[in-house]
Design a protein around this ligand. Structure first.
Ligand code: HPA
Length: 245
């Protein structure tokens, strides 16, 4: 059976219900990951867990050591990764609380360490990234969402911005013209790094606010936190369903 890892985003710095057996401190050639890799049983199956922003939450999206995180998970034995990401909703279907399994992404980040193929290269490697997410892992998430009776979208384009500030109304209008349905700050370079080291990767995105200009109000941290609080239990239930199959 594939060894699955979960990368928990904002609101999921720990996986309640995970029966932790080991906590592995991994040093990587790229530095220290955000947190130790936790190995344990969740819903009766062995799983690895890593808190993307650290536990407690301490690294903002542009400061996360994505390379160390992915390398550490690979070294700990992961073969596939489900990433949980909080996002803003752009498309009208992506209201607060909605869950989306994106099928595509657009990368607007800059200045992040975004590749393992940077130094001491004998030859440059260009990974194919036409389809950034693993279709089989996406289908597992979609089946779990359907079985849980969740309102969800089985496709969507994830626009990844640099942060940590939220976007302007004009920036969101541009993302919308580009075809983005949801916007977040942590989807990249994570997805590409996973591909570079042959880890299957898919994303479960929880909409926690309407993106800038998509509601009459400005975005507050209080509304984001309330939406995370409400939604994260449903995310956990979907992850458990994926694990039991
Ligand atoms: N924009 C970018 N990232 C986000 C948002 C947003 O509106 N909400 C949660 N993460």
């Amino acid at each position: 059976m594939t060894i699955l890892a979960i990368i928990g985003g904002t609101g999921l710095t720990q996986l309640e219900g995970l029966d932790i057996r080991r906590s592995v401190d991994v040093e990587t050639p790229y530095g220290t990951p955000s947190a130790p890799v936790l190995v344990g049983d969740y819903a009766g199956r062995e799983v690895l867990f890593l808190a993307r922003h650290g536990h407690p939450h301490r690294y903002p999206p542009h400061k996360v050591n994505y390379r160390a995180n992915l390398w550490a998970l690979k070294q700990a034995g992961a073969e596939a990764i489900i990433a949980v990401n909080a996002v803003g909703g752009i498309h009208p279907a992506m209201g607060t609380g909605h869950l989306c399994v994106p099928h595509q992404l657009v990368d607007y980040t800059s200045g992040r360490d975004h590749t393992f193929f940077a130094d001491d290269l004998e030859q440059v490697t260009h990974i194919d990234f036409s389809y950034p997410y693993s279709e089989s892992l996406r289908q597992q998430l979609i089946s779990a969402l359907a079985a849980q009776g969740e309102a969800y979208s089985d496709f969507g384009v994830y626009g990844c911005t640099q942060g940590p500030r939220l976007e302007t109304v004009a920036e969101i209008a541009r993302l919308e013209r580009d075809g983005c349905d949801i916007v977040g700050m942590t989807g990249m370079p994570e997805a590409a790094l996973a591909r570079e080291i042959d880890l299957a990767y898919a994303c479960l995105a929880l909409v926690v606010n309407p993106a800038a200009g998509k509601s009459a109000d400005v975005i507050t941290m209080a509304e984001i936190e309330a939406a995370l609080h409400e939604g994260i239990g449903r995310v956990r239930a979907v992850l458990a369903k994926v694990l039991v199959g």
